[in-house]
Design a protein around this ligand. Sequence first.
Ligand code: HAM
Length: 430
Amino acid sequence: MSQFQSVKGTRDIFPEEAVRWQYVEEVVHRLAALHGFREIRIPLFEYTELFQRGIGSTTDIVGKEMFSFQPDPQGRSVTLRPEMTAGVMRAALQKNLFSLGTVHKLYYIGELFRKERPQAGRQRQFSQFGAELLGVSSPAAVAEVITMMMQIFSSLGLKGLRLRINTLGDSEERARFREALQGWFAPFHDILDEASKERLEKNPLRILDSKNPAIQELVARAPRLYDYLKESSLRDFEKVLFYLDERNIAYDIDHRLVRGLDYYCHTAFEVTSPELGAQDAIGGGGRYDALARELGSATDVPASGFAVGMERLLITMEKQGLLAELPSDVPLVYVVVQQQDLLDNGLQLAWQLRQAGITTEIDLAGKSMKAQMREANRVHASYALFLGATEYATGCYSLKNLATSEQITLTLDAMLQFLQEPKAQKPFYS
Ligand code: HAM
């Protein structure tokens, strides 16, 4: 055993588990393409100011959770990306993607880093897939990203997820509401816990999603942002809900939903999973028209998007029994060499099978035939292909189905044809 362990809050993904990731990733790639989104890959670290400006300096992410460091002694601080949205917007602005007023639909799958206290479903290195729809601001655009996210969930077979949705209005409406909240909570200052006092001062909206029951009770009686919204903002929100209704996407309106990132305006949403404990948010997102300006753009770039936590998604899928019948990456054929002087012929045969697109495994260590058979079973090969003196002399090979023990003898060409037929192949995703 090594004297080293993986760092707290990180984990290794071995092949048996990696096939699950590949399966989800494939569904994400397919459904993103179906909705016209194209993949973007951005750096793992960015200048720290990007996140301070983009996510908001009073948020937990920026205040407490960033892994920041200074690569050069006199240089600027950089930070391992704690989320993707700010980086995607930075990349789009840097490339001047909006000069023609076009719409860009981008999606990603990647690693993120947050210095949170590790616990079930909460890691310091984790993964998300997500999508950002840039350059258009309309209820239809927000509804499109929500729809795509929910379609990914249903394609994976997930059940019982709860979509909560809220509107946060525009910045003016939020400013008026913020003031109203501070005024309303002022007489209760003594009842507030330290975290709430801090929130009320720095980022009053965050007090709404306090988990403390005493604060929740107060919040229930406090003013609601909804009452500070103009007609146009209300209509915008209603139109988003209209599209969701049209598509049979169930949701709960939750006036307390504010989300932990500051860039949102108007619609914000979060999806929770009944299968997760305290960390039950599986994904979330919303509209963020002002982020581009925060990052120095001369104009607003209307935008909306979502991100889903891969680890939490996979925990949910596992608990719902959705990973039992998964794809296997086991070899279809194990070439069993009956005598060692035929090993080179065996290797050539394996090469021919692989050239023909047949997943093939062969022993490279000169093991006995018995040990090769043991290995074929251990790796769950579907067939053993025997190569002995007779096979070598006649050019006909015996193929044994390891599940049924049936054995057939075929010429190489006939065998390649047989193995290439779908019925000989294990269904990749059954
Ligand atoms: P977020 O709500 O911070 O949003 O993260 C989205 C999802 O990432 C969460 O719902 C959760 O499943 C997962 N996640 C977050 N932190 C951790 C962690 N420490 N360990 C495991 N999973 C975690 C965003 O990141 C926004 N960028 C979403 C967005 C995209 N908004 C607009 N576009």
